[in-house]
Design a protein around this ligand. Structure first.
Ligand code: PPS
Length: 292
C-alpha cells in the first residue's frame, strides 16, 4: 500500500514532512517580519544543511568558536518551517539565522527587500538521493522507501519532503535577482573548506582573523563534527524525532560520489536522462566525483 500521504503534507504545491509541520504556522510564514541582518540558509534536504549551519554557528558565536560557551546550534538557529522547539521568532535576538528547505515562492515576503542574506547550498542530486534514501529508512517521520529503485522514482517525481529537486534549485536560481543570495556547492566546500568559509564570511560581511578562520575550518570537518558531542545529531534526532533502528547516523559518510556505490548502470542512465531534460541551459556546475 502506498501510504505516502501519511508522511507528506502538500501546502501550496510543496511537500512538507507532515509529522513535523503545523499548517497554521505555514499560513503565517510568508508574513514573518524580516530584519535586515537576518541570515537564511536554504537547501534542498540532504545537501549539507547541518554542516553549513554549524559553520554559521562558529562564525557568529565567538564563544563557541573558542569552545568556552555551550550553546546548542538547534536552539539558537532554528529550522524555519520545522519549528519543533516552538521558538518565538519575534523574541529571538539578532542576528537571527534560520535554516530552511522552502522553495523561493514560500519564503517570508520581506526577503525580497534584498537586505537579509540568503545562502543557498546545493549538492549533486545523485548524492542527495542516496543520502535521502538512508535518512528516510532511518527516521520515523519519513516514509521508509525499501529499495533505491523505489526511492529513485519518488525522488524523480518529487514525492518526497522537499518536493522536486529540479524545481527547487531552478526556482531559486531563476529568481535569484529577487533576493540577496549567494550559491555555493557542497562539493566545492568538500574540495576547499577554507576557501568556502572565506567566501561565506565575505558574503556575510564577517571579518574573522586568520586564526578564527582556521578554528572554524578545523571544527567543521566531517570527522571533527562527528566526534563532537555538541553536534551529536543522532542524539537530537533520537530524542526529538525518533528512529526505526540504531544503525543509522546523521553524519553518515559525508562523501562526494557515493552514488557510484549504489546506483546500477540503468538507474544512472535514467537519472542522467532526466537530469539533462530538466537542467538544460542551467549554468551552475555540478561535481559528480571528488576527483573531477
Ligand atoms: S537535512 O536532514 O536535510 O538537514 O540533511 P543535511 O544536513 O542537509 O545533509 C546531510 C548530509 O550532509 C553530510 N554532512 C557533511 N558532509 C561533509 N562534511 C561535513 N562536516 C558534514 N556534515 C554533514 C551528512 O553526512 C549527510 O550526507 P551523507 O551523504 O548522508 O553522509
Amino acid at each position: 500500500m502506498d501510504n505516502t500521504n501519511e508522511y507528506l503534507l502538500n501546502f501550496k504545491g510543496f511537500n512538507f514532512n507532515k509529522r513535523l509541520v503545523n499548517t497554521e504556522e505555514l499560513e503565517k510564514m510568508e508574513d514573518i517580519e524580516i530584519r535586515d541582518d537576518d541570515v537564511f540558509l536554504i537547501t534542498y534536504p540532504k545537501s549539507g544543511t547541518v554542516w553549513i549551519r554549524y559553520i554559521l554557528f562558529l562564525i557568529y558565536f565567538e564563544g563557541e568558536r573558542n569552545s568556552n560557551e555551550n550553546l546548542q546550534p538547534y536552539d539558537t538557529m532554528p529550522f524555519l518551517e520545522y519549528n519543533i522547539l516552538d521558538l518565538d521568532y519575534v523574541k529571538m535576538p539578532s542576528p537571527r539565522i534560520f535554516s530552511s528547505h522552502l522553495p523561493y515562492y514560500l519564503v517570508p515576503k520581506g526577503l525580497k527587500s534584498k537586505k537579509a542574506k540568503i545562502l543557498y547550498i546545493y549538492r549533486n542530486p545523485k548524492d542527495v538521493l542516496i543520502s535521502y534514501f538512508y535518512f528516510s529508512n532511518w527516521i520515523l517521520t519519513l516514509k521508509s522507501p525499501d529499495t533505491i529503485e523505489h526511492f529513485l522514482e519518488k525522488f524523480l517525481d518529487g514525492k518526497v519532503a522537499g518536493s522536486c529537486w529540479f524545481d527547487h534549485i531552478r526556482g531559486w536560481y531563476e529568481h535569484r535577482h529577487d533576493f540577496n543570495i549567494m550559491f555555493l556547492s557542497y562539493e566545492d566546500m568538500k574540495k576547499d573548506l577554507r576557501g568556502s568559509v572565506l567566501k561565506i564570511c565575505s558574503f556575510l560581511e564577517k571579518e574573522l582573523s586568520e586564526e578564527d578562520v582556521n578554528s572554524v575550518v578545523r571544527q567543521a570537518t566531517f570527522q571533527n563534527m562527528k566526534s563532537n558531542p555538541r553536534e551529536d545529531r543522532d542524539q537530537v534526532i533520537n530524542t526529538l524525532i525518533g528512529t526505526r533502528h540504531n544503525e543509522g547516523s546523521f553524519l553518515r559518510k559525508g562523501a562526494t560520489g557515493d552514488w557510484k556505490n549504489h546506483l546500477t548502470v540503468d538507474q544512472n542512465e535514467r537519472f542522467d536522462m532526466i537530469f539533462k531534460r530538466n537542467m538544460k541551459n542551467f549554468p551552475l556546475k555540478f561535481i559528480w566525483d571528488i576527483n573531477e
